[in-house]
Ligand binder design. Structure first.
Ligand SMILES: [Zn+2]
Length: 69
């Protein structure tokens, strides 16, 4: 869990000259555009066909509307 995720390209300019920030575990500095940014692992996302979640589960949403009203 303590391994540093290594970016291959700057997300802003696409350059490959990235250096780790010594004061942070997940911060990087792009030497080309001088931007500093952080990488953070947010968790696992399972691929579901009902994404985005606001639309509901498709067929389930249709069947719930019928008999309950
Ligand atoms: Zn850059």
């Amino acid at each position: 869990m303590s391994e540093r995720a290594t970016p291959n390209y700057c997300p802003y300019c696409g350059d490959e000259d990235l250096r780790p920030e010594p004061d942070s575990h997940r911060a990087w500095v792009c030497r080309a555009c001088t931007r500093a940014f952080e990488l953070a692992f947010l968790g696992l996302r399972l691929h579901t066909e009902s994404y985005p979640p606001g639309r509901g589960g498709g067929v389930d949403t249709l069947t719930n509307k019928g008999p309950e009203q």
